[in-house]
Design a protein around this ligand. Sequence first.
Ligand SMILES: Cc1ncc(COP(=O)(O)O)c(C=O)c1O
Length: 373
Amino acid sequence: MIDDELVLLNPGPAGTSPAVRNALTRGDLCHREPEFTDLLLSLRSAIPQALGVHHTHESILLTGSGTAAMELAVTNSVRGGRSVLVVVNGVYGDRLAQIARAGGITVHEVSPPGAGLTSWVTPVDPEMVREALVAHPDVDAVACVHHETTTGLINPVKEIGEIVAGTGAVFVVDAISSTANEDQQLSEIHADFICGSANKGLHGLPGLAFVLCSDKGVNRLFEVPARSFYLNAATHLNAQRKGEVPFTPAVQVCYALDEAIREYHEAGGFAARTRLYRDRASLVRRAFDRLGLRILVDERYRGNSVTTLRLPDGVAYRGLHDELKKRGYVIYAGQGGLSADYFRICTMGEIPWYRLEMLEDALEQSIEAVRKL
Ligand SMILES: Cc1ncc(COP(=O)(O)O)c(C=O)c1O
């Protein structure tokens, strides 16, 4: 992030450092050459290592957005004639269910009680997952979003993972907006498929995603029928184990991720990254309180990056967005049914600290300016 640039306060693609962007210019490289094999093998171990799951999980690297990782994990985790249980309390949980249906997989859903918004601001009770597993013995996979970017809510993946681990089902976790930046250690959640992307908490560029598979996950992916050609997990894994890729990869974006992971370790790794995100969240949330902006999600359930805020009276999202953009900040609309009354501010990626300190004034001025329109 360069000082006079727009600060991206959207939940990805996140702002990146000059060195990460410059990594794109390392040069052209054919993915059939040994130099790419070295890069691929290095990333395959560096990603799980950065997230503390290198002793237990094996990487599948994908050229595609985070949704490609979700789709690979969901469609490669359920054997023929079985079903998936999906936790739904936001847009991304709903997407996991839609992906399964599109792949011809029977879906059972569990959602926190209450209609609409009420169920979206509540983490799912793990006991509901236990009961659903008893009610549907054909469930072969349980899928859950760790950090629901729709609202900024954290689901209890560790507790759900403990329940799933005691069954024959595998546990698919969408950690796309939580990898590296949320407090939960991914090594503790018993996930068999962890979905992530390069351009959120790891501060790489968009275009690469990954699925980290446990032994149970690897065994499972070899047992499922092929439901997709491009997103066939066995095809990717068999090739990547040999240092190859089945399709043309985003080579230069791999360079950028390699640089982003180098910077991540240089800055202190997981402990430092999560501390940074916690500190940012408390800085901006104190400012929101002073400005009288209401945060949607209860303090107990909030993650470290996304804050969903009620639009102040008389302030429409588009006007607020445009005024803040004039002052150097890009904010993000509410998602799904939240778009009319809420907006989001996400402190993800490379952001100079002083620009976050200046956000309060920019918000105050922008709200006043919209009210005068
Ligand atoms: C939790 C979560 N899952 C999945 C996705 C989808 O990622 P992409 O837009 O890169 O496909 C996002 C994107 O913001 C997300 O936040």
